[in-house]
Design a protein around this ligand. Structure first.
Ligand SMILES: Cc1ncc(COP(=O)(O)OP(=O)(O)O)c(N)n1
Ligand SMILES: Cc1ncsc1CCOP(=O)(O)O
Ligand SMILES: [Mg+2]
Length: 431
């Protein structure tokens, strides 16, 4: 991977190797495979004891593994080995070769990571060509003897002072990671919370999920963005649950108490079918159309009075607008249902155009709605991001060459593993 192709998402869970944790008969490649299976997005080979030839042989093995699994491979400290093995990148600290010299030797395409402990080092590293920063130790660590600690405020100041992405490193565990929320980091870099664990794959899965949970929906993740297309339900508005519950709430109004199973059955039906089902099973004296209209009223009432934004989305939309990005809506929900909510939240004024599947005459499994949004914004697919909680809609957007920010929503959790992998950025706040 070239440095220009690296996304923030590639830095989500960055594993740094340490052979001191290897069990008998197990190789670093074996352990790295488990880590990649668990969701590690980048690997750094860190060898402090090996001679040149052994270091090179190990680098070749891990480079082949990472390449076959589609994640970047980085070499720690040794620029020569990084170049010889054709690594994707090199990571150097303040005591190692200077970043500008590394850049000259390694060329513009190699990913260059630099350690920084304060704002001055961070700003200098960016000027000297760093593509990302590793900042730490953010917690006490036993994996690096000479690591000095970096407090939360300094980490935050560093993130605010540079435009390149920052990962935190040092003593990070699946529990303390939540303390890094709000710092501005795009990911974490970890040794022992991965390689010292009994079940490496399992540990990585939890670290990944917990890291996703602390990342902001901020605009810095969306490289080269000129246009943005927002889904509404489950993306901008926390409204998916009402579709799940509307049938039950309607029944409750008529004094009938349903259970979760009934809720799930009704959710899987169209509103028309739900009307028929409720009539046949609970309200024989009411017409199915009246029931369907009643369920619809429950939904509308929720949008008018109660629906809340997903965390961080209002701020994101405002920031993108301020940055001159064209904004549109593409939604499967009918205009008269969601507009009162957008208006109540003061969001309607930010959008240059609003497209609904009903009005366009095609679902989001087809390209029409996205193409109409692109045409109105006058942006090309590759400079346009689609913010979506629905995997199938995201697949359509991807097939048109657009970038996708996957927004986590509880109702589509079963798709998340596939969705997070295909997306160019992830928004998963407080699920
Ligand atoms: C991602 C990442 N961040 C920081 C470091 C530390 O690098 P450095 O300060 O050069 O210390 P050593 O790792 O070389 O002991 C890192 N390796 N990776
Ligand atoms: C390499 C490095 N640089 C700063 S802290 C550190 C060690 C990170 O290891 P761990 O995740 O086990 O604390
Ligand atoms: Mg170093």
């Amino acid at each position: 991977m070239k440095s220009s192709e690296m996304k923030n998402k590639d830095l989500l869970l960055y594993a740094v190797t340490d052979r001191k944790w290897l069990k008998d008969g197990v190789t670093l490649a074996d352990e790295c495979k488990k880590a990649i299976d668990g969701g590690v997005t980048m690997i750094q080979l860190r060898e402090k004891e090996l001679g040149y030839d052994d270091f090179l042989a190990q680098a070749k093995e891990l480079k082949t593994l990472c390449q076959s699994r589609g994640i970047p491979f980085i070499v720690n400290d040794n620029v020569q080995i990084a170049i010889e093995v054709g690594a994707d990148g090199i990571h150097v600290g303040q005591e190692d070769m200077h970043a500008d010299d590394v850049r000259k030797l390694a060329g513009k395409d190699m990913i260059l990571g630099v350690s920084a402990q304060n704002v001055e080092e961070a700003v200098t590293a960016e000027k000297n060509g760093a593509d990302y920063l590793g900042v730490g130790a953010v917690f006490p660590t036993s994996s690096k003897d000479d690591a000095s600690e970096v407090d939360f405020e300094t980490l935050k100041e560093i993130c605010q002072s540079v435009s390149i992405p920052v990962v935190a490193i040092g003593g990070i565990t699946e529990d303390n990671i939540k303390e890094l929320k709000g710092s501005g980091i795009v990911g974490i870099s970890v040794i022992s919370a991965i390689f010292a664990q009994e079940d490496i794959k399992d540990a990585c899965e939890r670290l990944c999920a917990n890291t996703e949970r602390i990342l902001p929906a901020d605009s810095s993740a969306y490289k080269d963005i000129k246009g943005a297309i927002f889904d509404i339900d489950g993306t901008v508005i926390d409204s998916m649950k009402i579709w799940d519950k509307a049938g039950l709430m309607f029944l409750e109004k008529h004094g009938i108490k349903g259970d979760d199973d009934l809720g799930k059955r009704l959710f899987a039906m169209t509103i028309g079918d739900a009307g028929k089902y409720i009539q046949e099973n609970f309200l024989p004296n009411m017409k199915p159309e009246e029931i369907s209209a009643g369920v619809n009223d429950v939904i509308r009432g929720f949008y008018i009075n109660d629906a809340q934004p997903k965390e961080g989305m209002i701020e994101l939309i405002k920031t993108l607008k301020e940055e001159g990005v064209k904004l549109t809506v593409a939604t499967s929900t009918d205009r008269d249902v969601f507009m009162p909510c957008l208006e109540r939240l003061g969001l309607d004024k930010y959008f240059d155009g609003i497209f609904t599947c009903t009005e366009v005459g095609h679902s989001k499994a087809e390209p029409e709605i996205f193409n109409q949004a692109l045409e109105l914004m006058g942006t090309s697919p590759k400079e346009t991001w689609v913010f979506e909680d629905g995997l199938y809609s995201a697949k359509t957007a991807k097939s048109l060459g657009m970038k996708v920010a996957a927004v986590y929503d509880e109702t589509s959790r079963h798709d998340w593993d596939e969705f997070r992998l295909m997306a160019d950025a992830i928004i998963r706040i407080n699920d």
